[in-house]
Design a protein around this ligand. Structure first.
Ligand SMILES: NC(=O)c1ccc[n+]([C@@H]2O[C@H](COP(=O)([O-])OP(=O)(O)OC[C@H]3O[C@@H](n4cnc5c(N)ncnc54)[C@H](O)[C@@H]3O)[C@@H](O)[C@H]2O)c1
Length: 305
């Protein structure tokens, strides 16, 4: 598999998962437009790719506004002669419970993740369509967007919205031969390093040791490098038929998420009036759906606090 001759943009690729994606795409032969709001990490990321013999350029700008999306695409085209792959990865967290979440907490997260994904994909897909490029759009979701999570109203909205947009783009871009997929990663990064549940894994990683099998296998939690392979695979010619999917990856685990579907269907002649629902709702729908992520209890030797 080679991405030789391809050009990629990876947003938020100064550090963490984005950096791993940019490095893996470059390792497979793609030229990469690195993007971050943090200038130092963006330039370090470019240097790390060049040190491995790859080609990269940095665009230091906040994802969200259309102007940044236009700059990213024009930099790819002017520096490397085109655009084949877009990975929308930039992200921030402003976690707090609903009743404490400010307008600013909500807007900031929606702006970077949801609007940033929309503006970048609109710009990239338009370029790809206009130039007959069978491009690859890879958007980053989260388990929180799939199932909800305590303290993450803003993030859940943004990440669920991203997967919703991906389903729509898979339909709209199919005729142009452009694929659109969501990757649902889990990895040890600055974003997850402070979660107490993952402490033993983060500790092992920091010490340069392999993470315990419980994390890698049972939880699908590993390093950023464990996630980067799926990005390069989806970007490749081999994945031309993979579109509209939400693919979970982390540690040793790969998953295909289902899209929402009706799990119970019942009919009531004349329609479901309030009275009919009062009498028949429980029987009609059966078992209710659980929400939130299901974490197994941490084995005792992996508990840290
Ligand atoms: N780490 C995980 O387990 C996990 C799980 C699910 C989803 N994700 C998602 O993966 C992506 C990367 O997460 P990470 O863990 O590497 O986080 P991270 O905080 O380590 O990296 C995010 C990067 O995005 C940059 N950034 C922030 N706002 C930006 C903006 N407006 N424009 C450009 N760059 C911006 C940051 O400077 C940083 O370099 C995010 O979308 C995150 O929501 C991560």
């Amino acid at each position: 598999m080679s991405l030789e001759g391809k050009v990629a943009i990876v947003t938020g690729s100064g550090r963490g998962l984005g950096l791993a994606y940019a490095q893996e795409l470059a390792r497979q032969g793609a030229a990469v437009v690195v993007n971050d709001v943090d200038e130092a990490t963006a330039f370090d990321a470019v240097a790390s790719i060049e040190a491995l013999g790859g080609r990269a350029v940095a665009v230091v700008a906040p994802v969200g506004p259309t102007d940044t999306a236009k700059r990213l695409v024009s930099t790819a085209v002017e520096t490397f002669g085109g655009l084949d792959i877009l990975v929308t990865n930039a992200g921030v967290l402003r976690d707090t419970v609903l009743w404490k979440m400010s307008d600013d907490d909500f807007d900031t997260v929606i702006d970077v993740h949801l609007r940033g994904t929309f503006t970048c994909v609109r710009e990239a897909a338009t370029y790809m369509k206009d130039h007959g490029v069978a491009g690859r759009i890879i958007c980053i979701g989260s388990p929180t967007g799939q199932r909800g999570n305590f303290g993450q109203t803003n993030y859940a909205a943004a990440k669920a919205g991203i997967v919703g947009m991906v389903r729509t783009w898979a339909l709209e871009l199919k005729r142009a031969g452009i694929t659109a997929n969501a990757v649902i990663p889990v990895a040890a990064t600055a974003m997850t390093a402070t979660v107490p549940y993952f402490a033993a894994a983060v500790e092992a990683d920091a010490a340069g040791e392999p993470m315990p099998a419980f994390f890698r296998h049972d939880l699908g939690f590993g390093t950023s490098d464990d996630v980067s392979g799926i990005i390069a695979y989806l970007a490749s010619d081999a994945a031309a038929d993979v579109t509209g999917q939400a693919i979970g990856i982390g540690g040793d685990r790969l998953q295909l998420w289902s899209h929402p579907e009706a799990v119970a269907t019942a009919y009531h002649e004349g329609g479901w009036t309030t009275e009919a629902l009062h009498d028949g709702f429980a029987e009609a729908v059966g078992d209710l759906q659980p929400v939130g992520e299901k974490f197994p209890p941490l084995p005792e030797d992996l508990q840290r606090s």
